[in-house]
Ligand binder design. Sequence first.
Ligand SMILES: *Cc1c(COP(=O)(O)O)cnc(C)c1O
Length: 355
Amino acid sequence: MKKHNFSAGPSILAREVIEKTAQAVLDFNNSGLSILEISHRSKDFEAVIAEARELFIELLNIPQGYSVLFLGGGASMQFCMIPFNFFEKKAAYLNTGVWANKAMKEAKGFGETVEVASSKDANYTFIPKDYTIPTDADYFHITTNNTIYGTEILKDIDSPIPLIADMSSDIFSRPMDVSKYALIYGGAQKNLAPAGLAFVIVKDELLGKVSRYIPTMLNYKTHIAEGSMFNTPPVLPIYSALETLKWVKANGGLVEMEKKNIAKAELLYNAIDNSKMFVGTAEKEDRSRMNVCFVMKPEYKELEADFLKFATAAGMDGIKGHRSVGGYRASIYNAMPIESVQALVDCMHEFENQH
Ligand SMILES: *Cc1c(COP(=O)(O)O)cnc(C)c1O
């Protein structure tokens, strides 16, 4: 039976990317060697990381003066690397959920950290909008897509101070204005590659301004100077990331990705909004195009587990909601074809008709 992979992360990758990765594991570039057993400083791998960097710049239209880094440690390592490199007196964070909190916790270890606004009281079902960014803070941190709650900041906001964004789960899902950001980072395992890799896009001129000693591995300048090769980078995920970037480019780049993502999200949200049984959890204006969260209406609550079983039996994988939200979450990242979203919608209709 065909499986439709709605997993939140690690998550669906384009079939082509998986096949190319499998091929490189068996025989990389017809070298007779596996990509798993070659030096990261070999010419062939240097070409991989260089091309991945170039495609980041091309697809995201990254202006001059920014560096692109491929690092280990996931997005979570960035939660502390950011204050190490940017925190001098004060930091400001927008609290939109669990990941924002984890990021904020690390900043607090460095000193005064302001929570500019929060939607915690509403279990993070919306993005706070009426807030003032403190101009005396060193940076303002946002989480553009809140993977757990299905909310998203779709517009690149204007910030009077350096803007830092966790884009783990919506990078490459739409065209964006990188010039508005001081730093963009994320784990690769949602929209880009297998787990084990974090990407960082950082504006060079903003570095080197803090007075503390920064541990070598946590200093962005170390990795910029060495082209992400200060130590051994996550070789295989970088290879898969390159294949994903090639796939994005071959499929029309970010303009086309966004079109498809809008169509997929509309298809599923429309089904939810027109349903007698299901209801979305996020405020409509803040709904994510990547993670669609919904629950059973109270009058159908007792069918919650039944639908999960029904959908799973029909090949829908990974639609159980995060434990802090409950219900269901369908993650429909770039690589998810609209046919799979349609299959989920059909499955929802079928279940509704049976009850
Ligand atoms: C998954 C996720 C993370 C955590 O990523 P790791 O690579 O596991 O550290 C952080 N932020 C967001 C928005 C995420 O979706």
